[in-house]
Write a protein that binds this ligand. Structure first.
Ligand code: PLP
Length: 382
């Protein structure tokens, strides 16, 4: 079975697995302990923070390790809005954000904060004008993702951030960079990003790891309080082996992003071309993020297509992994103006850096064969 679901999760690098296993055996000290074991663990933690900071062109003190991007996004959105409540009670996000941002914003709304959800166009984009137009005197935070996890559509972060910094310097700008880091260039400083989330398991690192970049000088209300770890922003004994594994993956992803984009974009274009040849399929993605293709067959349930492709040897996804068990149509595709039936039929193919052109050809053939089989099912159903 060929795996084309890298936006859901990725196979960890062998080097990461070995490092984590080795450190779990040998370096089990608590970095807060004062003896030799603690000191060794503390050094590893410090080095991992430096590696992640270097990959993001940030300072080590700006890196907060978390349990993954869900936590990073929760900490960024709720931590910022609650910390700066005296500045105002308004926040802005887009209709296509990942649930970990969207539901954090909704939770704040339920607590009495005011939320503006920006609509997207048919391609799933918001513009810098739209974002600037939504800012009010009492706006505390804007949270917009870089690459959408279902469609691969990209938001113009390089325009939104500088515009906010020029016109509304007090408004904090958070970017969910889970599907862009390691795939595309990310420029935190040039793009005026204050808070940036990434996840270890999307870049061939360990699951249950992630980080939040918090620009120097910004305070957040911690979601987890306790022993004061992670500069008082995230209490709990640090999982040093996994953090070191994350740092390895972060470094490799940053070093390899150009190569990743070059190879996956070629495969994305092969599959985009294949889908364009089939008139009954609607494309929900374009030549944007290099690794994601999304299409629907209005009238055909995504699960039927997914299982047909699975029988043909290709593992793909419906919507995002975390919402694929929900029966509702995709919120992202609905926001892009797709009909309920097209929004229920979204299939996501996402590439990693370890495929071969031969495997992608097999996927293209599997899509052709799936369409043949589905046509005969449709005819039979009439
Ligand atoms: N943000 C985006 C865009 C994602 O794709 C995901 C994972 O699906 C997350 C956030 C959550 O990441 P994690 O699985 O590390 O909690």
């Amino acid at each position: 079975m060929l795996y084309f679901d890298h936006a859901a999760t990725t196979p960890p690098y062998e080097e990461v697995v070995e490092t984590v296993a080795e450190l779990m055996r040998r370096h089990y000290g608590n970095p807060s302990s004062l003896h030799k074991y603690g000191e060794e663990a503390g050094k590893l933690l410090k080095r991992a923070r430096e590696v992640c900071a270097a990959a993001l062109d940030a300072k080590p003190g700006e890196i907060i390790f978390t349990s993954g991007a869900t936590e990073s996004n929760n900490l960024a959105v709720k931590g910022a809005v609650l910390q700066y409540a005296s500045r105002g009670r308004h926040l802005v996000t887009a209709a296509t954000e990942h649930p970990s941002v969207f539901e954090s914003c909704r939770q704040l709304e339920q607590m009495g904060y005011e939320l503006t959800v920006l609509p997207v166009d048919e391609q799933g984009h918001v513009s810098a004008d739209q974002v600037a137009g939504a800012i009010r005197k009492d706006t505390v935070l804007v949270s917009i993702m870089h690459v959408n996890n279902e469609t691969g559509r990209m938001q113009p972060i390089h325009e939104i951030g500088p515009r906010l910094k020029a016109e509304y310097p007090k408004v904090l700008f958070h970017v969910d960079g889970v599907q862009s880091f390691g795939k595309l260039p990310v420029k935190l400083k040039d793009w005026g990003i204050d808070l940036f989330s990434l996840s270890g398991h999307k870049i061939r690192g360990p699951k249950g790891t992630g980080l939040l970049y918090v620009r120097e000088g910004i305070k957040l209300l911690p979601l987890l309080t306790g022993g004061g770890q992670e500069f008082d922003l995230r209490a709990g004994t640090e999982n040093v082996p996994l953090i070191v594994g994350l740092a390895k993956a972060v470094r490799m992803a940053e070093e390899g992003h150009k190569q990743f984009a070059a190879s996956t974009a070629e495969w994305r274009d092969m599959i985009l071309e294949e889908v364009r040849q089939i008139p009954s399929l609607v494309l929900n993605s374009g030549a944007e993020a290099p690794h994601i293709v999304n299409f629907s067959h209005p009238g055909m349930k995504a699960e039927v297509m997914l299982h047909t492709l699975e029988q043909l040897g290709a593992a793909v996804s419906t919507k995002s992994a975390c919402s694929s068990r929900l029966a509702e149509p995709s919120r992202v595709l609905i926001a892009m103006g797709r009909s309920g039936s097209a929004a229920s039929g979204g299939i996501r193919i996402s590439f990693g850096d370890s495929h071969s052109a031969e495997e992608v050809k097999q996927l293209a053939l599997a899509i052709q064969e799936m369409m043949k089989r589905l046509k005969s099912v449709e005819r039979w159903g009439r």
